[in-house]
Design a protein around this ligand. Sequence first.
Ligand code: COA
Length: 441
Amino acid sequence: MGTSQKETTEENGKAVVSIPKTSDVASTSVQRSLQEQLLNTHLRAQHDETKKTYAFWETQPVAQFTEDTSTSQTLQEGPIDAPKTIADVRQEPYNLPAGFEWSTCDVNDEKTVAEVYQLLTMNYVEDDDNMFRFKYSQQFLKWALQPPGWQEDWVLGVRVSASGKLVAFITGVPAKMRACEATVSMVEINFLCVHKKLRQKRLAPVLIKEITRRVNLRGIWQAAYTAGVVLPKPVATAQYWHRSLNPKKLISVGFSRLAPRMTLARTLKLYKLPEQTQTPGLRPLKAEDAPQVAELLRVYLAKFQLAPEFTEEEIRHYLVPQDGVIDAYVVADEGGKLTDLMSYYTLPSTIIGNAQYDTLKAAFMYYTVAAKTPLLQLMQDLLVLAHQKGHDVFNALDIFENEKFLKELKFGIGDGRLRYYLYNWRLKEELKAAQIGLVLL
Ligand SMILES: CC(C)(COP(=O)(O)OP(=O)(O)OC[C@H]1O[C@@H](n2cnc3c(N)ncnc32)[C@H](O)[C@@H]1OP(=O)(O)O)[C@@H](O)C(=O)NCCC(=O)NCCS
């Protein structure tokens, strides 16, 4: 998972790029040169975030920045590595530096899940200004790491041999993924974390190689993952947007700022939501809904170029509500037929060093299908429900068809970008955020 996190404003200058409209430009040659300048600025900005060399990632079967994508005949869509069999996979675990050892983490064991929670709570993803850090709950970790087909040895830790202290972590869960035309058995890699005191010692590449080996040993050769950082080479770049539900708290903890010429009272009025939802037939999703929800998702996700293919069993796992972890709702018509789906997961952040508040309660948009009810109405209802449950902010990416409601429902653009990556799978071209139909937790 990549950086989240807070709203950006005109004052901090991260979000605003003003592009002249065609009518503002006198001649076509001037227009062209301006466009070139803008393009160059855009490329430079991207280049600044892109390092010159990637000692590890350049050795891996991932698309590289140095590839010439204009000659698409040579770069076929599909696996990057030559096909392998399980017999080709290295049998022994990769070596760790002296004094460290591999540890498969059983998250059903209360002590172990508490250790993982502690490692992530203190060392996982922070925003660029180190004001907020993701705080996945233990219940969330159990849910995210044990979908149908989960493998115990894909929940991988590194411990200090002498003390047993857990100091690094990485996980994989299985998923059927459609990438453009192909449907591929993949893993979703998540929760890569190295203790702050052990950073920059090249432990991350060892974790990535070891989880890859363990996944390969089960005949899976591809992975999907997301990160805030630029690595070779994003399949797509998405942008976080945030909808204030509790503006007073968000302003007080520095998540958002009072806009120029706005008072707190006017801000509270601006973000005020109705007390009740408006869609008739809206109710929490139940396990029995899985077959109909599977069909809604199958039809909807077919519109996107990168999207999971969920089984009914996976839908029961990922979408049946669990308090403080996942909330999902469906709309049933008078005959009981399900017409729409909406969901969000709960991922709080620690507010670092704030005397008044220690936790930011955030809802993150998950899978939503507006097959009958207008998307705008459905999302407004989802905001109402998230607000009722005490969330401070509702986060969404500009993936799916989200551009259709983000501005209208008063989401503000964030300072976090999320890059999508595929391991050992090449696409012909980079995708737009709106072609992505995948949410990684
Ligand atoms: C991400 C993290 C594990 C990297 O560890 P580190 O100690 O900073 O870096 P290491 O020296 O071990 O490894 C560096 C290599 O990892 C790569 N790397 C850094 N972040 C990465 C990420 N999120 N995903 C994959 N590779 C990553 C670097 O690009 C570098 O490879 P390169 O030489 O090819 O460029 C660590 O910074 C961390 O725990 N951060 C907080 C949590 C976090 O951001 N997790 C990732 C969520 S996507």
